[in-house]
Design a protein. Structure first.
Length: 308
């Protein structure tokens, strides 16, 4: 039951340049006990994807129609809750592909409509799927997520003062403002409002420097990108109820109650369900901490977690 299962879709002959890298990654996954099933076409893959599938990797030929891919992703995401769909092939990374305009989700958000579809190359897929068997690094990463105004920034700042040499990384600095105003009609509470790729790249750079004992990463959509979740050594969810979240947000931001109840909270609930489901599938622990506790109580719990 604990064995991870992956379905790799695509004809390696259609992507000669990527084939060697993908074959190497598949071999690496198999050597670590991940079951890798191959499917040559999307139709074939539909018959292979099952309730135990943790991830589907799409490396389809450029000749595959966009709407076929969108329908496939929709089908898989709705039939297997929490499944991760990775786009790893040349179709998705081609500059000529109007499937994806830019790595900050571009039009892909419209094409694929579903959560969990992430543009990630084959080696990133391995990092995510093998995180549960990867030895610890010099730098530890604490990831703190939860809804807006759950206390993430407050506790993160305090932790960085508590631990010498700790460095903060706040997801709020990675909003894609142009995209928000051009395509999202000013909605800052969707996952595609953030540049997840740049955030993950920044986190990887900080880890690779090997000079910080602790990185405290925090954000209201921190674990939307499974690569970020996989790079964290400790994952924390600050949980607050809808009433508390609303009161806190209204006290600092001018916002209509209809926007909060119709946009902010439903997006948060969707993100929470998606994150908890896929992390459980990948075998990556997530610790829930009551965000309505006094600041001192929340801080103490996180210090205890880091001491383990």
């Amino acid at each position: 039951g604990n064995m991870l299962s992956v379905v790799w879709v695509g004809d390696p002959q259609a992507a000669a340049a990527a084939a060697a890298e993908e074959e190497a990654v598949q071999a690496q996954l198999r050597s670590r006990g991940v079951a890798v099933a191959r499917a040559g076409t999307l139709r074939e893959a539909e018959g292979v994807v099952g309730p135990d599938t943790a991830a589907v990797v799409l490396s389809v030929a450029r000749t595959t129609a966009e709407n076929e891919i969108a329908q496939f992703v929709e089908h898989v995401a709705s039939s297997v809750p929490g499944v991760l769909v990775f786009a790893a092939g040349p179709f998705f990374t081609s500059p000529n592909s109007n499937c994806i305009i830019n790595p900050a989700y571009g039009r892909r958000a419209k094409v694929y409509g579903r959560w969990g579809t992430v543009l990630r190359c084959a080696p990133d897929v391995a990092t995510i799927l093998l995180r549960h068997v990867t030895p610890p690094r010099v730098t530890r990463v604490l990831g703190v997520s939860g809804c807006s105004h759950s206390g993430k920034s407050t506790v993160s700042r305090r932790l960085c003062k508590q631990f010498a040499g700790a460095v903060p990384l706040c997801q709020d600095k990675f909003f894609n403002r142009t995209y928000i105003h051009t395509y999202l009609h000013g909605n800052w509470d969707l996952p595609e409002a953030l540049d997840h790729f740049e955030f993950a790249a920044t986190l990887q750079r900080l880890i690779n420097l090997n000079k910080y004992p602790l990185i405290v990463a925090e954000g209201f959509m921190l674990f939307f990108d499974p690569l970020v979740a996989a790079l964290c050594d400790v994952r924390v969810w600050l949980d607050v109820d809808m009433r508390t979240a609303a009161m806190r947000r209204f006290s600092t931001q001018h916002m209509s109650t209809s926007y909060f109840s119709g946009v902010v909270w439903p997006n948060y609930v969707r993100y929470k369900q998606h994150t908890q489901t896929y992390l459980a599938r990948l075998g990556l622990p997530l610790t829930t901490v009551d965000g309505t506790l006094p600041e001192e109580g929340v801080f103490a719990q996180l210090v205890d977690l880091l001491a383990k």
